[in-house]
Design a protein around this ligand. Sequence first.
Ligand code: HEC
Ligand code: HEC
Ligand code: HEC
Ligand code: HEC
Ligand code: HEC
Ligand code: HEC
Length: 450
Amino acid sequence: MRNFSSGFKNLVKSITLFTFFIFSLPTLVCAQTTAVDTSKAAASTVATAPSGDAAAGEALFKANCTSCHALNKRVLGPALAGVNNRHNEAWLIKWIKNSPAMVASGDKEAVKIYEEYNKAAMTPFPQFSDDDVKNILAYIKVEGDKGPVDKTDGPKLPPSADAGYSNYMIFGLIAVVIVAFLVILLLNKVIGTLERLLLKRDNAGITLLEDEQLDENHQPKDKLYIARKLVKNKKLVFFVVLCGVLTLGSFGWMDLWNTGVQTGYQPVQPIKFSHQLHAGTNQIKCQYCHSSAWKSKHASIPSANVCMNCHKYVQATEKYNGEISPEIKKIYAALDYNPETQKYGENTRPIEWIRIHNLPDLAYFNHSQHVKVAGIECEKCHGPIKEMAEVYQYSPLTMKWCINCHRVTEVNSKGNAYYDKVLAAHEKIKKGEKVTAAVLGGLECGKCHY
Ligand code: HEC
Ligand code: HEC
Ligand code: HEC
Ligand code: HEC
Ligand code: HEC
Ligand code: HEC
């Protein structure tokens, strides 16, 4: 009878332990994630918990803020990670909607930051609703808490939409593994208990080992006994192998997803042309060099003649002891231009810029449709170009990336002849009238011609 009761006690103990683990798991995981938040919040009295939608905020942030802000490094404006702790929400909403007005009104916090940043005024965003701003703040909070994204073999990349494995996936995987382990542990215990109950019916003490396998201190004689026992345990071995396969498999899987994704690609260009200097410091508009982005499928790279509009005279001689910059000489060489006689020769050759962004041929992407029709800023897809001394690929250009944006970006159909046509066609269909292909745009040249 005692046998049975102690066996039963063991069983109950196992079950209790098991349930305890199961219930404590989610709390443990949560505690870990919130520990960071609460410690940060505790550090500051104005901490706010943003209530917005981070996914919607991301789109707004990337479209409007990345030209001047990154989350974890200073750009033109401050690094925004942790900004929710530096100011309260109401202040931030007011600031983002119209910071110059706040500075002008003499708000102490506003004036302080303004002066700290050399009185570089931030663009006001009066078009944002409070919810828009809350969404952005939520995004800053979620992304900012993840810390800087550091790639040792590439340029420092701002966190991109496709940043890889989510925390949920990893926690989920760990949880599954732990639960599986506990189940096996429990089953083992139950089986062990039942075996002992059957085999050692008349022995009061419950020991795993036979007496002759124990020394006088009731310790196993064979030091490796436990290890041997574990290796013999088929379930355990199977479990360990399963874990190995799962781990390797999931890393392999993620690797496969990321093959062909060229985020961060930054080839060495034949001339050290800097967007930071031209589009940033000198504020030359993208249009000046990439005007076809508004008119056609391609954005295209400007020809050397465009460079000559300025570089006939701008020779950066101060930097090279009165000599013409060797980089600018490369433009002259491409056009066979002689700066002394100011004459062009016959011996021209194109500058061989190395293409950075490259979709496979099977995908059709049209710049003017996105830039002109949808009104999307270049920076939204190409990142903070104005800060790049050398351009690198900012977005992954994966199908997922295209699709995700199409899911969230609202189309501006007002004053767009195409949508007027679509609406007119809908009306006709509703009324049961004849609709021709021409009504749907079938006469437009671009529908049939590249
Ligand atoms: C034209 C550049 C520019 C753009 C675009 C811009 N900012 Fe700023 N931002 C600044 C500068 C510069 C400062 C520093 C204060 C100043 O000089 O006015 C700043 C400061 C801030 C601050 C205060 C930070 C702190 O540490 O106190 C917040 C918050 C902020 N910006 C959010 C945003 C958000 C959100 C967006 C996009 C909707 C945005 N900014 C777009 C330039 C910009
Ligand atoms: C003075 C002319 C000039 C201006 C202004 C300029 N660019 Fe460029 N851009 C170039 C040249 C030349 C290249 C090719 C060399 C390189 O990749 O750096 C280039 C390359 C690029 C590329 C990479 C193309 C590829 O190979 O995939 C992008 C993206 C780009 N520019 C975007 C912009 C944006 C956005 C702006 C405005 C903020 C801008 N550029 C302003 C001249 C210019
Ligand atoms: C609208 C005027 C303008 C255009 C167009 C322009 N640049 Fe420049 N570029 C400048 C200015 C201004 C500087 C700064 C010169 C200095 O540092 O003294 C500069 C500097 C440079 C430098 C750095 C020189 C050095 O050694 O410091 C290079 C290289 C250069 N440009 C290449 C190009 C190329 C290639 C193009 C054509 C795709 C181009 N630029 C088009 C105005 C222009
Ligand atoms: C909706 C996202 C998006 C926007 C907005 C966008 N681009 Fe692009 N850009 C791309 C993609 C995708 C490619 C690669 C196209 C390909 O390989 O066919 C690209 C390629 C380029 C190239 C390389 C040459 C070419 O045409 O393939 C340049 C230069 C460029 N973009 C400049 C710009 C400029 C300047 C703007 C703003 C006027 C801009 N882009 C706006 C997504 C975008
Ligand atoms: C920043 C957001 C954004 C990204 C990124 C983006 N698109 Fe778009 N795309 C739009 C919007 C907005 C429209 C609708 C424009 C309009 O009003 O016609 C659009 C329209 C299109 C259309 C026309 C659809 C139709 O029904 O006529 C095609 C094709 C397209 N995109 C291809 C791509 C491809 C390919 C990529 C990725 C390489 C891409 N887009 C990335 C925002 C985006
Ligand atoms: C419904 C489809 C469609 C539309 C819309 C369309 N085309 Fe065409 N086009 C074609 C086809 C197919 C050919 C080639 C057949 C041929 O050569 O006879 C062609 C041939 C041409 C050619 C002759 C090319 C050559 O090498 O001989 C020109 C030029 C042309 N189209 C211009 C236009 C212009 C401009 C528009 C807009 C006003 C337009 N097309 C609209 C289908 C279309």
